[in-house]
Design a protein around this ligand. Sequence first.
Ligand SMILES: CC(C)(COP(=O)(O)OP(=O)(O)OC[C@H]1O[C@@H](n2cnc3c(N)ncnc32)[C@H](O)[C@@H]1OP(=O)(O)O)[C@@H](O)C(=O)NCCC(=O)NCCS
Length: 140
Amino acid sequence: MLPAHANPMGNVHGGVILKIADEAAAICAMRHAQRQCVTVAIDSVSFHSPVHVGQLLALEAILTYVGRTSLEVRVNVHAEDPIGGVITHTNSAYFVFVALDDQGQPAHVPEIELETEDERARFAEARERQKLRLARAKPL
Ligand SMILES: CC(C)(COP(=O)(O)OP(=O)(O)OC[C@H]1O[C@@H](n2cnc3c(N)ncnc32)[C@H](O)[C@@H]1OP(=O)(O)O)[C@@H](O)C(=O)NCCC(=O)NCCS
C-alpha cells in the first residue's frame, strides 16, 4: 500500500481495501462461473484493524455458495509488514455476484462440489445469509 492509498489520517482508505476485495472476489466468482460476473450485494464488511502505508495486502477469496445464477464469496484480508513479517487479519466481507450471459442476462452457474463437512456447513450458512439478504433487498 502506497501513500496514494491513504486517508487524511495516513492509514489506507477503507474504500481502497473494499475495491481490491471486490476484485479478488469477482475473480473467484468468474473462475467458477466461467462467465462475466457483476456484484449485486456486499455485506458484513468488517474493518478489524487499520492497514498502514507500506504494508502488503494478501487476499483470500473463498466461494461459499452458488444459487441458480448467483454466487457468494467470502474475502479475508491480511496485512503483512514486509520487514519483520508480522501478519494481521484486517478485514472480512461477503460479496454476492450474478453471472451474466452474452446478452447481459443472469445465467446459470455450475453447482458447487461440497467435499467436506466444513464446506457443507459453510454452504448452509451462506444459503441462510442469502435468504436474509433477499428479504431485506429493497432499495433504501
Ligand atoms: C445483477 C443484475 C443483472 C440482476 O438482475 P435481477 O433482475 O435482479 O436478476 P434476478 O432477479 O434474476 O436475480 C438474479 C440473481 O441475483 C440474486 N439477487 C438479486 N438481488 C440480490 C441482492 N440484493 N442480494 C443478493 N442476491 C440478489 C437473485 O436471488 C438471483 O439469484 P439466483 O438466480 O441464484 O436465485 C442487476 O441487478 C444488475 O445489473 N445490477 C447492477 C450490477 C452492477 O452494476 N454491479 C456493479 C459493477 S460490477
